[in-house]
Design a protein around this ligand. Structure first.
Ligand SMILES: *[C@@H]1O[C@H](CO)[C@@H](O)[C@H](O)[C@H]1NC(C)=O
Length: 497
């Protein structure tokens, strides 16, 4: 009795300890765990005080918290200043601001829901209420299935069973798939389901997949994820988000024309192959006849004559590309390629053009992947390199200034002014984040200094003459905000992937 009492008192004490601002809990390392144990369902925003998106979310967030509070809901909203609570931010993998995480019984998942008060509230209610559609009779079930590309139904003898609970937990892990729930015998009979059973019905590929195995949340989530996407997904504006922001970070892309004589054969054999790699690798088809797809083909450095082509990408930390030795789309060879990749046996593929015959004729030298190190890392010279994209407006504006700079310094034997088309050439040691990027590779020790001054003749001259001192990198903490400015430099296509 005494023990129970002290726990109750302790809980009351802890509640009083957590500060609230407009009904939003203010959390840090010292009270985070306590908040999680007091509130089984809690949405946490990791923010930075200077971040623009965070500022616009704040009033909506407070409104949602207040609404829930007024309704007497158990749902809670909280915030963490990630610039102060860096330990917490790191623990939960916060990379950008704001990052929202939903905690259910202490377990976190990414929140990608709406950013408006109403939307936040209804998202939370769906997540914490009964998350599936109850299918009372055969007619309701048939309609539920007919209306959806993908429908998952759980059949259970009782709503209270452990199996049903595991299923409902799995359901809460999804935002974009709808789930049905049936306890009616006639509904189960209609779908040939006996006992506790989960099936996935889809309007493509094999049409139906039956869950086999133990009813555990993770197993069920894996089953739904592995079976709800087409075996071979066509890349387009709608699917891009699902493909590239999904959890599967390994993608095999096939670039070919849908008009190609062997398209149906390739489609068939690739889908067959893909069956063996569910939850390991996504198979993506890029139709090279579609004009909009030229950005993605360009990103891979592919030209018309290269099609059909295959590339494999890993999006884990940064984007890494792999290229099979074989050009043909032979399923056996593709399988070997994929298996080698998964076994970690492949070396990344870097795009490069051939060195142009006249690369050093003009004042601005032309670098490509193949000659970059030889020229830029020449220890006897200061080498200034502009990394550009042919489509980038800021780069075009820079051309006359950069040419003038090179002409001015043409007599200097110890200085090289160079440029590289970064859409067609990649370097293992340098990843370009925006266009144009200007770097100085210093003589002597090959130290690399970024130029962040104004892109004027005087500015760049001073930068070179000072050995990279005048106009070098701006302080890091200003960078993130820069990306939100309208005049921010243009980003390579990989950021859109
Ligand atoms: C591949 O074939 C299937 C079955 O005919 C079809 O549903 C699917 O749309 C095809 N895939 C593509 C990318 O066209």
């Amino acid at each position: 009795m005494f023990k129970l009492l002290s726990i109750v008192c302790l809980a009351a004490f802890v509640v009083a300890e957590i500060k609230e601002e407009e009904n939003v809990l203010v959390l840090g390392t010292d009270n985070f765990e306590e908040a999680l144990s007091l509130y089984p369902d809690i949405l946490v925003e990791f923010y930075a005080p200077w971040c623009g998106h965070c500022k616009s979310l704040a009033p909506e967030y407070a409104k949602a918290a207040t609404k829930l509070q007024e309704e007497g809901s158990k749902l809670k909203l909280a915030k963490v200043d990630a610039t102060v609570e860096s330990e917490l931010a790191q623990k939960y993998g916060v990379r950008g601001y704001p990052t929202l995480k939903f905690f259910h019984d202490g377990k976190d998942s990414e929140y990608n829901g709406p950013r408006q008060a109403e939307g936040i509230v209804s998202w939370l209610k769906k997540k914490t209420g009964f998350p599936a559609t109850k299918l009372a009779d055969v007619e309701a079930a048939q309609k539920f299935v007919a209306d959806r590309e993908v429908a998952v139904i759980g059949f259970f003898e009782s709503e209270e069973s452990d199996e049903a609970k595991a299923f409902l937990d799995a359901v809460r892990a999804f935002d974009d798939i709808e789930f049905g729930f049936a306890t009616d015998k006639a509904v189960a009979g209609e779908y040939k389901a006996s006992g506790n059973k989960v099936i996935l019905l889809k309007k493509f590929d094999e049409g139906r997949a039956d869950f086999e195995g133990d009813f555990a949340k993770d197993k069920l989530v894996e089953f739904v994820k592995g079976n709800s996407l087409p075996l071979l997904i066509e890349f387009n504006q709608q699917s891009a988000q699902r493909i590239f922001s999904g959890e599967l970070k390994n993608h095999l892309l096939i670039f070919m024309s849908k008009e190609a004589e062997n398209f149906n054969k390739v489609n068939e054999s690739t889908r067959e192959l893909a069956k063996g790699y569910k939850n390991k690798l996504l198979f993506v088809f890029v139709n090279t006849d579609v004009e909009e797809n030229s950005r993605i083909t360009e990103f891979f450095g592919l030209q018309k004559e290269d099609f059909p082509a295959v590339r494999l990408i890993s999006l884990a930390d940064q984007l890494v590309k792999y290229k099979p030795d074989v050009a043909e789309l032979n399923p056996e060879k593709l399988k070997v390629f994929v298996d080698d990749y998964l076994a970690g046996k492949l070396k990344p593929h870097l795009n490069t053009q051939d060195v142009p015959a006249d690369w050093d004729k003009a004042p601005v030298k032309v670098l490509v992947g193949k000659n970059f190190d030889e020229v830029a890392l020449d220890k006897t010279k200061d080498v200034l390199v502009e990394f550009y994209a042919p489509w980038c407006g800021h780069c075009k504006k820079l051309v006359p200034i950069y040419d003038e700079l090179a002409e001015k310094l043409a007599d200097r034997k110890d200085i090289v002014i160079a440029k590289m088309d970064s859409t067609a050439n990649e370097l293992e040691h340098t990843k370009i984040e925006s266009f144009p990027t200007i770097k100085l590779y210093k003589k002597g020790d090959n130290q690399v200094v970024d130029y962040n001054g104004e892109r004027t003749l005087e500015g760049m001259l001073k930068f070179i003459e000072s050995g990279g001192e005048v106009g070098k990198a701006a302080p890091e903490d200003e960078e993130e905000e820069d990306l939100e400015k309208e005049d921010a430099d243009e980003k390579p296509v990989k950021d859109e992937l």
